[in-house]
Design a protein around this ligand. Sequence first.
Ligand SMILES: NC(=O)c1ccc[n+]([C@@H]2O[C@H](COP(=O)([O-])OP(=O)(O)OC[C@H]3O[C@@H](n4cnc5c(N)ncnc54)[C@H](OP(=O)(O)O)[C@@H]3O)[C@@H](O)[C@H]2O)c1
Length: 229
Amino acid sequence: MPEAISRVAMISGASRGIGAAIAERLGATGWTLSLGMRSPKPVGDALVHAYEAGSRDAEAEWVAATLARFGRIDALVCNAGISVSKSVVDATDEDMAAMFAVNVLAPQRLARAAWPALTACGRGRVVIISSLSGLRVASAASGAYAMTKFAATGLAHGLRHAGWDRGIRATAICPGFVATDMARAVTDTDPGTMTQPEEVARLVELALDLPNNASVAEIGVNWRVEGRL
Ligand SMILES: NC(=O)c1ccc[n+]([C@@H]2O[C@H](COP(=O)([O-])OP(=O)(O)OC[C@H]3O[C@@H](n4cnc5c(N)ncnc54)[C@H](OP(=O)(O)O)[C@@H]3O)[C@@H](O)[C@H]2O)c1
């Protein structure tokens, strides 16, 4: 008898930062991994697939490769993202198109492609790594990025509604600064005071593990106090 495959999670942008931490945590807690990376590099027993979020067929190809290898998909973690630090007045059409392509349209296509498999497993999960910038606009310079992250949060809610009767649960995880290259590029805040990628990974694991009748739609994560979020 072939060995049974444990629950399968697809994680985009698993090369570094939050995505790498999620892969490490889920791998250590018994998940089978299918990792999407622009420049694939081996990670344990994981399937590592070339995944460029800007290209149209990439999502369907990665889903097909995952099903060909493992035969099932239980969870999708849409983590790959980019940030252009400009106000909504300064951001160009090109800036906005680039961010929407990676932060919004690619995760939507990924969810569409994985939908039949997520439905088939009876308790499919989608986690969208959005941002506190997907819940509030904290500054002028984060305005353009926030537009795309509000859309990403909206995507999570749309998926939650579309998938509920099929046992699919979707969660938007919305951190403030997390100590990765992305945050280091926009602030000189001490990374040691920020949320750590491993802590976001713990929340992802929780969102994936909660049963169908205890789903959490949004998780805001603060490294400092601010307003009601
Ligand atoms: N860091 C923060 O403060 C923070 C806060 C809230 C939310 N977030 C969100 O968390 C997610 C992960 O960010 P991070 O902090 O880990 O950033 P990061 O260290 O810059 O990593 C970004 C990841 O996304 C991948 N990626 C970027 N563009 C891609 C594309 N076109 N196709 C495929 N993969 C692509 C990168 O791949 P390469 O290695 O190939 O570049 C990398 O794996 C993002 O969605 C981000 O918006 C971050």
